[in-house]
Design a protein around this ligand. Structure first.
Ligand code: F0G
Length: 462
């Protein structure tokens, strides 16, 4: 366990061997960067950022064991030793036979959906992540979110807010069974606030998909954090090793896609793993066409080595205890200083409820983006909006907002220390003291897909 039971202080369960300077800039520098980037934090140079909580994806600090494994990689074009090592780790972990490396999560999505989705088909899930949805829609399919109602309520304290609504899922499968090429579950549920799915719910979903003959594929980006929450919160799971829980989780599905940039603790990488060989030939053909030979899939073998080590390090219980304690600490402190957050906090991130924090800013003026801009201006903290910038749209002259207006502070793995988090909290407290000065923004363009990356804004005058 992380530190001794009963201790208040969260300790990082590692010591530091290599350091990277934190950049401290003036507000003027940040103001200029914002103006140039159209007030979109995806567009500012990272040189102007001090604390980068934009994403937990690909931002992990790797371990000495990962770097050591990278040095031992076999960079052969075909049949690399590194691939076989990686394949074995995944086969042992998931119980699936077929392992297809890809360069990241959305490459896995594009490949798999490319093989199974025809126009008019529907893919149910708890919540699809935005690249998952975009890849389904791109092929003429429909991505359907069936998370439980508590998963849409930022104040609900349900322990497994990532659960799918099993009654709705059953009805959906019964009605559309011939048009569902696969069913999914995202663990943890990123779009819903990094919320976990219980084993019980996964068992239920698995039974429904099996009943209707629908293959069940996990979006397993944050499977280790999900399994840690199962250990902490699900009845009867406390004494099980988290690795054991992970094996059961995978056994309930027919395969998984993963962006290894999350719980496999690497900066780049992903994969598809499948129980059955049915889709494998087509997938490998597609992989060769656009990603690379099946034993490297668009990666260097050294990246594959780092994934093989990272997948198991990500299941280390001291690491997971510290990881989840960090987001809990941030959530508790934020609430204490008057910043409402989605409860309970997720694993990889804390989501601020911007609608409650800035209630005078209407959705079409993006309260979340307003806070994102302020956090950056004040202390160089980069975060991202997950609200109406991502999901709102104009329909016949009326703005239909996203269900929630959230700001995500996603925590890179093993990067920042306790004092960094305390410093950020101090700055947040200063913002709370003058939050009534915050105003919304006007959207200047409307990119057709994944708007958050390229949208441009201008601040509204007080
Ligand atoms: N699925 C989930 C649940 C994700 O969170 C992500 C990425 C992907 C798929 C796609 O993976 O980026 O490797 O192509 N999430 C990142 C984030 C970008 O910031 O939450 P990718």
């Amino acid at each position: 366990m992380n530190s001794r039971p009963g201790r208040r202080t969260i300790i990082e369960p590692f010591k530091i061997k290599m350091v990277e300077p934190l950049r401290m800039h003036s507000r003027d520098v940040r103001e200029a960067a914002l103006r140039q980037s159209g007030y979109n934090l995806f567009q500012v140079p990272s040189e102007t950022v001090t604390f980068d909580f934009l994403t937990d994806s690909g931002t992990t600090a790797m371990s000495s064991n990962q770097w050591a494994a990278m040095m031992q990689s076999d960079e052969s074009y075909a049949g690399s030793r590194s691939f076989f090592r990686f394949e074995k780790v995944l086969q042992d972990l998931t119980g699936y036979s077929h392992v297809i490396p890809t360069h990241q999560g959305r490459a896995s999505e594009r490949l798999l959906f490319g093989v199974v989705i025809q126009p008019g088909m529907k893919v149910p899930s708890n919540n699809h992540f935005d690249t998952t949805r975009a890849n389904i829609v791109h092929l003429g399919g429909e991505a359907v979110d069936l998370v439980i109602p508590e998963g849409r309520d930022p104040t609900s304290l349900h322990p497994f807010k990532g659960n799918v609504d099993l009654a709705q899922l059953e009805a959906f499968c019964a009605q559309h069974r011939d048009h569902i090429p696969l069913g999914m579950m995202t663990v943890t549920n990123n779009s819903g606030g990094g919320q976990p799915v219980s084993l019980e719910n996964l068992r239920g979903a698995s039974a429904i998909f099996r009943k209707y003959g629908i293959p069940f594929i996990l979006d397993a980006c944050r499977f280790a954090e999900n399994c840690w929450f199962i250990k902490l919160r699900e009845e009867g799971q406390q004494h099980r090793p988290v690795l054991d829980i992970a094996r059961e989780l995978f056994s309930l599905a027919d395969g998984a896609m993963m962006s290894a940039k999350k719980d496999a603790l690497v900066n780049i990488g992903g994969f598809i793993v499948l129980k059955s060989g049915e889709w494998v030939e087509k997938l490998r053909a597609s992989l060769i066409l656009t990603e690379g030979f099946p034993t490297y899939g668009g990666l260097a073998a050294r990246d594959i080595e780092a994934m093989a080590v990272g997948l198991l390090e990500g299941l280390d219980e001291d690491y997971l205890a510290y990881r989840v304690a960090t987001s809990r600490y941030m959530a508790e402190r934020l609430e204490k200083i008057g910043v409402p957050v989605v409860q309970p906090p997720g694993g990889h991130a804390v989501f601020i409820d911007a609608k409650r924090f800035l209630p005078w800013i209407p959705s079409h003026q993006f309260p979340g983006q307003s806070l994102v801009v302020e956090l950056f201006l004040h202390d160089g903290v980069r975060t991202c909006e997950i609200g109406s910038v991502v999901g709102g749209k104009w329909v016949e002259g009326t703005f239909v907002p996203a269900p929630m207006e959230l700001v995500r502070l996603a925590f890179p793995r093993r990067c920042y220390t306790q004092s960094h988090f305390d410093y950020v909290l101090e700055g947040m407290e200063e913002i709370v003291g003058r939050k009534d000065q915050l105003r919304g923004l006007r959207l200047l363009n409307d990119p057709p897909v994944l708007r958050q990356f390229t949208a441009r804004f201008e601040p509204l005058e007080p």
